[in-house]
Design a protein around this ligand. Structure first.
Ligand SMILES: NC(=O)c1ccc[n+]([C@@H]2O[C@H](COP(=O)([O-])OP(=O)(O)OC[C@H]3O[C@@H](n4cnc5c(N)ncnc54)[C@H](OP(=O)(O)O)[C@@H]3O)[C@@H](O)[C@H]2O)c1
Length: 279
C-alpha cells in the first residue's frame, strides 16, 4: 500500500449504508477497511473489490466487544500506520413503547448505537491526534433531530450521538480532527429486518400494542418510497473529501423536509403535525 494513500475504516459494512459507503470510499481512492461482526457476510463486498480491483480489505469488528475493536484497530495500525477516516455506521433500531422496554433491551440498544461508537472512537483517537489529522463520521439519523412514538430508545441513542459529536468537535479541532454527523432519512436497507421489537410490545395485552403495530405499518410504508443507501454513501464521500466539512449533513429529501418544518414551526405545531401523520 502506498504510504501517502489515505486510510478509512467503517463499521457495519455487511449491508446497507455501511456496504455502499465502503465501496464508495474505496472507489474514491481511499484504502478502506470494511469491518463487520460476521465475516461470513463479506462475500459480495469482496467479489466487487476483486472485480473492480478496489483498495479494500474486510476485517472482523464487533462494536460491542472491546477485544474485537482493539484487535481490528491494531491490525490496521500495523498494516497501514495511519487511519485518516473513521465511519461509525453499525447500528440497529429497537422498536417499542417506552413503558414496554426492559432495561436490558435499552442497554443493548445503547451498547451498539452509542457505546459502540465511543469504543471505536477512543481506540483510533490517540493515532489521529499523533497524526494531527483525522475525520470522524458518525452516522446519526433524522431520529437524531426529532422523536416519534415507538422510537424512544433508538431516538435517544441518536440524540446522544449528536450531543457527543457536537461536544468533541470543540476538543478535537486543535489536533486537526474533524467531526461530521450524517443524518439519513428513511433508507432502503436491511434496517427493517434487523429491527428488534420490544418483547412486551409484541404482547396484545400491552396498552401500546395497537400504537406499536400502527408505527410498524407507517415505517414499512415509508421504506417503500425511500432512498437507496448509495445516496448516504455519496454524502459521506463528499463530506470526507471536503476541505472544510460541515458538522451536519442531511441525507434524503424526506429528512430535509422534516428538519425544515421543525425549524419553521413551534414545538407544539411540529408535535401536532407529526401526530397527525402517525394516525
Ligand atoms: N435505514 C434507515 O432508514 C436509516 C436511517 C437513518 C439512519 N440509519 C442508520 O444507518 C446505520 C446503518 O443502518 P442500515 O440502514 O444500513 O441498516 P442495515 O442494513 O441493517 O445495516 C446495519 C449494519 O450494522 C451492523 N451491526 C449491527 N450490530 C453490530 C455490531 N454489534 N457490531 C458491528 N456491526 C453491527 C449490521 O451487521 P449484521 O449484518 O451482522 O447484522 C449491519 O452491517 C445505522 O446506524 C442506522 O441507525 C439508518
Amino acid at each position: 500500500m502506498s504510504q501517502d494513500r489515505k486510510v478509512a475504516i467503517i463499521t457495519g459494512s455487511s449491508s446497507g449504508i455501511g456496504y455502499e459507503t465502503s465501496i464508495a470510499l474505496a472507489r474514491s481512492g481511499i484504502f478502506t477497511y470494511a469491518t463487520m461482526r460476521n465475516l461470513q457476510k463479506a462475500t459480495n463486498l469482496e467479489s466487487i473489490r476483486d472485480k473492480e480491483m478496489l483498495p479494500l480489505k474486510t476485517l472482523q469488528l464487533d462494536v460491542t466487544d472491546d477485544a474485537s475493536v482493539n484487535e481490528a484497530i491494531q491490525t490496521i495500525i500495523s498494516e497501514s500506520g495511519r487511519i485518516d477516516v473513521l465511519v461509525n455506521n453499525a447500528g440497529y433500531g429497537l422498536v417499542g413503547a417506552f413503558e414496554d422496554l426492559s432495561m436490558d433491551e435499552i442497554r443493548r440498544q445503547f451498547e451498539t448505537n452509542f457505546f459502540g461508537v465511543i469504543r471505536v472512537m477512543q481506540s483510533v483517537l490517540p493515532l489521529m491526534r499523533k497524526q494531527k489529522f483525522g475525520i470522524l463520521v458518525n452516522i446519526s439519523s433524522g431520529a437524531g433531530r426529532f422523536g416519534y412514538p415507538s422510537g424512544s430508545a433508538y431516538v435517544s441513542t441518536k440524540f446522544a450521538l449528536e450531543g457527543l459529536s457536537e461536544s468533541i468537535a470543540y476538543e478535537l479541532d486543535q489536533f486537526g480532527i474533524k467531526v461530521i454527523l450524517v443524518e439519513p432519512g428513511v433508507i432502503k436497507t436491511n434496517f427493517d429486518s434487523g429491527m428488534v421489537v420490544a418483547k412486551k410490545s409484541q404482547d396484545a395485552s400491552s396498552p401500546y400494542f395497537n400504537m406499536t403495530k400502527k408505527m410498524d405499518t407507517v415505517f414499512r410504508q415509508l421504506i417503500l418510497n425511500s432512498s437507496p443507501p448509495s445516496l448516504v454513501a455519496d454524502v459521506v464521500v463528499q463530506a470526507v473529501k471536503s476541505e472544510n466539512p460541515n458538522l451536519r449533513y442531511l441525507a434524503g429529501k424526506d429528512v430535509e423536509q422534516w428538519v425544515e418544518q421543525k425549524k419553521k414551526m413551534s414545538d407544539t405545531e411540529f408535535f401536532n403535525m407529526m401526530k397527525q401523520s402517525f394516525q
